[in-house]
Structure formats: structure tokens, C-alpha cells
Ligand binder design. Structure first.
Ligand SMILES: [Zn+2]
Length: 101
């Protein structure tokens, strides 16, 4: 039995694995967005009572997570309900800033 590491192993590491979402800096910004967006989904307009996501409009990656404009810029962040976030992740919402809303 041989331990096998996929060649793309390094790329497989996601932002979540870096502890970004546990950082105090992120949590502070995230809380500010929750207040700014008044716990209302910025896509469907529903008040958020269950799970929510403070989403990066321009997707955050391990390559750009140290770029303030991407990671912490309020203009790149919006509050979504879990349902809308799933739709975005699955490509139903193609790009932010479209005329859909
Ligand atoms: Zn929503």
C-alpha cells in the first residue's frame, strides 16, 4: 500500500482550510456586513431567519485572500440566504451586479 498524493494536492486546498473564516479580521468585517445588509438577503430580499452567508461577489481564493479589495472590501461582500448562495455556487446566479436584481 502506497500513500498517494494527488498532483493537484496544493490547489485542492481551499480558503476554508487556511482558517480565513476563523480570523478575527474576517469575523469583524462579516459582522459589519450583517449589520449593513440588515440580515436581509441581498438577492431575494427575504429576511434571514436561518442560515446565511456573507458572500464574496468576486470569489475568494487562496491566491487573492490577502488582497483587501477582494477579501475585506464591503463592496465585494453581500449577505445572502443559504438558498441564494447555493444557487450562486451552482451557477444559477451567473455574476454579481447583473440586472437580475
Ligand atoms: Zn435569498
Amino acid at each position: 500500500m502506497v500513500d498517494y498524493l494527488p498532483q493537484e494536492n496544493e490547489k485542492a486546498q481551499g480558503v476554508r482550510d487556511t482558517g480565513f473564516y476563523q480570523s478575527r479580521k474576517w469575523i469583524k468585517v462579516r459582522d459589519e456586513i450583517k449589520l449593513r445588509d440588515e440580515m436581509t438577503c441581498q438577492f431575494c430580499g427575504a429576511p434571514i431567519t436561518g442560515r446565511y452567508v456573507v458572500d464574496h461577489k468576486t470569489e475568494i481564493t487562496v491566491d487573492n485572500m490577502h488582497d483587501w479589495d477582494i477579501a475585506y472590501n464591503p463592496a465585494n461582500l453581500w449577505l445572502l440566504c443559504q438558498k441564494c448562495h447555493n444557487s450562486k455556487t451552482h451557477g444559477t446566479i451567473s455574476t454579481p451586479n447583473t440586472t437580475l436584481w
